[in-house]
Design a binder for this molecule. Structure first.
Ligand code: SF4
Length: 372
């Protein structure tokens, strides 16, 4: 264990030039994923901006007093329809974690819609989307029990929960997760374990920049590597760079530098199992071309229709320009589904979802071009 910690420390903070490090990690990416750099054409469906937590960096969350509410089913279906019409494959349900536990107004709104819980409403929305459209529901609803994941698996091929950081220091006063109730690592690991028991493919990841010390960063990388080795339900790790946002408690916090970011990506790629997808968001770095040959194989969701509801100040890249940049890196920009090809198996998907997906994909497990 000490050796792994030391290796990670040496890779990230040692003397190996960044160019050498990323060459090795890019080589490993090519061995396991070939030339494709994938992205998921998607629409954001902000089912509710209410949440029982309030993280210090979050601009998505809105209390009922500030106008937080649930989208109506008609709005949900309109967004799904629009996404479907322009060839999106992912309906990303973005929502706060069970706001009805904290807010009576949330409970009242749910009751008016005819539901007891956010989970029940989410499941119904997914069911309605699947009835009419090819687009595939995917949700990040926060902590999930085994039963909740079993319900979600009926209507979506995958889900997600970010670990963000394994550090225990970020729960103290003035820190990013002070007074949160859902951000405890052990609870989030439990959700990922529940997903494994139910055989539900999951995306997880780190939010780089929440912690302050080298040791915390090394521990985060080591723990996420261990997690990817020990939990076979994990299909993807997002290495997301924290961006300071106005009107948040963390507006003046430092952001990760490009060189450190590259070294973190490369180190993670070198140590995770080969099949793990490593994603960096394409709209959170001023120059995404720097990262195309760092060991990443994926750029996450890019929407032709909706803003990034979690980082609304950061626009999606222009797809034509991105395509040229990926070609210039000697790779191929390719669309993917919210579930990676390796997980398109009966073991990981329920029967109806397996069938729906098989009607969309080519022999490599990516969406067929003529679906559009
Ligand atoms: S749990 Fe998610 S939605 Fe809720 S405040 Fe934190 S980051 Fe925002």
């Amino acid at each position: 264990m000490i050796n792994i910690t030391k290796n990670i420390n040496d890779f990230i903070f040692g003397d190996i030039p960044t160019s050498e490090l990323i060459e090795e990690s890019h080589q490993k990416k090519i061995e396991h994923f070939g030339k494709p750099i994938t992205y998921s054409p998607k629409v954001f469906i902000p089912l509710t901006t209410m949440c029982r937590d309030k993280c210090a960096y979050c601009t998505f969350v809105k209390s009922p007093n500030d106008g937080g509410e649930y989208l109506s089913i008609n709005d949900v279906l309109s967004i799904a329809k629009a996404g479907d019409a322009v060839g999106c494959y992912e309906a990303l349900f973005t929502l706060g974690d069970k706001p009805e536990i904290k807010w009576k107004a949330a409970k009242d709104q749910l009751n008016d819609l005819g539901y007891e819980s956010t989970h029940q409403y989410l499941i119904n929305c997914m069911k309605e989307v699947n009835k009419t459209y090819n687009i595939l529901p995917h949700a990040n609803p926060g902590l999930m029990s085994k039963q909740e994941i079993t319900d979600l698996k009926l209507h979506s091929p995958s889900g997600g929960i970010m670990i963000e950081s394994f550090s225990k220091d970020i729960y103290s006063k003035g820190k990013p997760h002070y007074k949160t109730t859902t951000k405890y690592v052990d609870l989030r690991l439990e959700t990922l374990n529940n997903a494994l028991e139910v055989k539900y493919p999951m995306t997880t990841g780190l939010l780089l920049g929440l912690t302050e010390t080298k040791d915390e960063l090394i521990n985060d990388i080591e723990q996420i590597i261990n997690l990817s080795k020990n939990n076979p339900a994990i299909q993807e790790i997002i290495l997301q760079n924290f961006r300071a946002k106005l009107n948040t408690l963390m507006r003046n916090n430092a952001e990760v530098t490009n060189d450190l970011y590259l070294r973190i990506i490369a180190t993670t790629r070198i140590f995770v199992p080969g099949h793990i997808s490593i994603q960096v968001p394409p709209n959170l770095s001023p120059d995404i071309t720097l990262f195309l040959k760092s060991g990443i194989n994926d750029l996450g969701g890019i929407s032709p229709l909706t803003i990034d509801w979690v980082n609304p100040d950061h626009l999606w890249p222009d797809l034509e320009k991105l395509n040229t940049e990926v070609i210039n890196s000697n790779q191929i920009l390719k669309k993917r589904l919210p579930v990676y090809p390796r997980f398109i198996e009966k073991e990981w998907l329920n029967e109806a979802m397996f069938e729906k997906i098989n009607n969309i994909i080519d022999t490599d497990g990516y969406p067929r071009e003529n679906n559009e």
